[in-house]
Design a protein around this ligand. Sequence first.
Ligand SMILES: NC(=O)c1ccc[n+]([C@@H]2O[C@H](COP(=O)([O-])OP(=O)(O)OC[C@H]3O[C@@H](n4cnc5c(N)ncnc54)[C@H](O)[C@@H]3O)[C@@H](O)[C@H]2O)c1
Length: 379
Amino acid sequence: MATPLNIGMIGYGFMGRAHSNGYRKVNNFFETKYRPVLKAACARSADKIKGFADTWGYESIETDWRKLIERKDIDAIDVCVPNNLHKEICLAAAAAGKMILCEKPLSMNTEEGEIMCQAVEKAGVANTVWYNYRRVPAVTMAKKLIEEGRLGRIFHYRANFLQDWTISTDLPQGGTALWRLDVDAAGSGVTGDLLAHCIDTAIWLNGGLKDVSAMTETFIKERKHQLTGKVEKVGIDDACAFLCHFNNGSLGLFESTRYARGHKALYTFEINGEKASIKWDLHDLHRLEYFDHKDEGKLRAWRSIHVTDHGGEHPYMDHWWVPGLQIGYEHSFVHHVADFLKSLETNTPCEPTFRTALETQKVCDAVLASAKDGKWTKV
Ligand SMILES: NC(=O)c1ccc[n+]([C@@H]2O[C@H](COP(=O)([O-])OP(=O)(O)OC[C@H]3O[C@@H](n4cnc5c(N)ncnc54)[C@H](O)[C@@H]3O)[C@@H](O)[C@H]2O)c1
């Protein structure tokens, strides 16, 4: 009989749904000692959170996250709210001895993130940050190929995250669904929202970054604020591009924008090594493109690996359907939950921990500082 792990979910938006789906599915596909129980969901509006709780099967609701954290019947707090609330909630949850699964980016900046790391470390509570792309099987497979030395020395790392949903000048900033455009709620624009994913994956696959040279742009300078009703200055970066040196000597090139007309969520990366290269594309997330220079000359070409095989060949896939049948975006969250539960069983950290995710925060801060000063900035 599995041990119940009582979840207290804060937020019912995009990530509240993605995580709830992960908790509900995990034990149908993964054998773990712990079984998540959807104990309570929390948001400020009783009506809205009641609707969410009914849809996803939460046993109870709260309208004040402090009350949720105080509850003795909650083991783990899941933080699915805008970035400016992460610190306060995590500090309270750690002080109450709760495990914490916090959405990315960890914090508004490095300073806040460091305080959050110290709090979970002092409390000794299990913690993880939902950089879910690590757990897309094709991305996990990229990690395996690099660890096996198949790429050899790495020369280049290139990543993009392109969207187009903020081009309209009529789009307000702030409030429900639009907090990402409000610097006070988000901390930054595409840097903390989209590039943070690219940076986390890059650090995981290719190691730490040494320094960065960045540029940012805010194309629409003023927008009406949904909460105040006034036209206010826009404080976020709409687009960001940066160059970097990795500690291993390779060169990095990153770009993110919400103004790439035609792109909805095009996260791609490419890594070029001495012996081989790999590339991945979120729109075709179950495939990993691989080029191996040691292939026989007349057959040498990019191959497209459908990462769906069993027998331990392709990460996570043994748990799903039959070879050749692919899975999608939502499953990266199921995998994260499965790995978190396993980490409790084995008493090991579930990566990325707060401490690991702080490295991404440091890079984001360096990127924003470099864009401001127009200078190369050390991470
Ligand atoms: N891992 C990923 O790929 C990914 C994707 C999207 C968002 N995120 C992160 O997840 C977090 C939430 O983003 P989202 O897209 O789910 O946002 P969202 O706007 O869809 O949902 C935010 C939720 O927070 C709730 N909320 C706001 N203030 C609150 C308060 N004081 N008390 C309780 N609840 C409150 C809102 O009611 C809403 O349910 C952010 O940190 C974001 O960066 C991560």
